[in-house]
Design a protein around this ligand. Structure first.
Ligand SMILES: [Zn+2]
Length: 261
């Protein structure tokens, strides 16, 4: 089976408090509330002459609109790793929230891989509710509909084989169609959770993140992520700054990219 190199590329940062990262109350609220910032990533999978990008991040103008510190265009981060975004053939969209799908125009050659139920969720009845729609940008959702009409979206219905050694897994929870990516590496099965677990603490302590469609699916998802990976250490959360500390920096790209495999 093909073994891939996997990289996390940090492109943005946001300072917030721990109490904003866990559902509150006795079941998980943080009694010792303090700073607990988020990093924002896209991920590159490379091997066997192919490159797969997971998520496309947001742009600098969107960072200003949302009050997030934008550090670099995700395509610039990819370029620093020798990956030309304009030539990438496959982009997995973990879900359609603004911080995961914002730059898909930078990938004109790519097929976009999305779960059926994520498009259903982002265009359906739940978007009438502010608490479900506020992390979506309507123009990006409409943009994805346009890509469907251009035949550039490949839909997946649940767990799905992407190519030798790479599979997609419907986790749900955070959004209806949240999907994670499993990759075969020299160190065994690695799982890019994306927002199936924002932080290590969400999955390790079973303390769900508060932006959630289904708490039940989110909690079940933590166990599912572990079951897909070679070990619990092989699950990479979607927004935890610890990722930049736990994995070795790519030489010359300290603070920008780490190697996960
Ligand atoms: Zn996110």
């Amino acid at each position: 089976m093909t073994e891939y190199e996997v990289y996390a590329i940090k492109y943005a940062h946001h300072m917030r408090r721990a109490s904003e990262n866990f559902i509150g109350g006795a079941m998980g609220g943080d009694a010792h509330d303090g700073p607990m910032p988020l990093d924002y990533f896209v991920w590159l999978i490379r091997g066997d002459g192919c490159e797969v990008v997971v998520d496309t991040g947001f742009s600098a103008p969107m960072g200003r609109k949302r009050g997030r510190e934008h550090l670099r265009c995700p395509s610039e981060g990819l370029r620093l790793l020798g990956c030309d975004a304009s030539r990438v053939k496959d982009v997995v969209i973990s879900h359609l929230h603004y911080d995961h799908v914002g730059n898909f125009d930078l990938f004109p050659a790519a097929t976009l891989h999305l779960q059926d139920v994520e498009m259903h969720y982002a265009t359906g009845r739940h978007m009438g509710e502010e608490r479900h729609r506020f992390a979506y940008e309507v123009e990006e959702v409409v943009g994805m509909v346009r890509r469907v009409y251009e035949n550039r979206v490949r839909f997946h219905n649940g767990d799905s084989h992407l190519r030798d050694g790479i599979s997609l897994h419907l986790i749900g929870g955070h959004t209806m169609g949240m999907q994670s990516v499993r990759v075969n590496t020299r160190g065994g099965w690695l799982v890019l959770a994306s927002d199936a677990s924002h932080f290590y603490a969400n999955m390790e302590q079973t303390r769900p993140f508060p932006i959630v469609y289904s708490v039940g699916d989110m909690v079940a998802g933590y166990e599912r992520l572990r079951s897909l990976a070679a070990s619990p250490k092989h699950v990479v959360p979607g927004h935890d700054p610890l990722v930049m500390q736990r994995y070795p920096a790519v030489k010359g790209l300290e603070g920008i990219a780490v190697r996960l495999d």
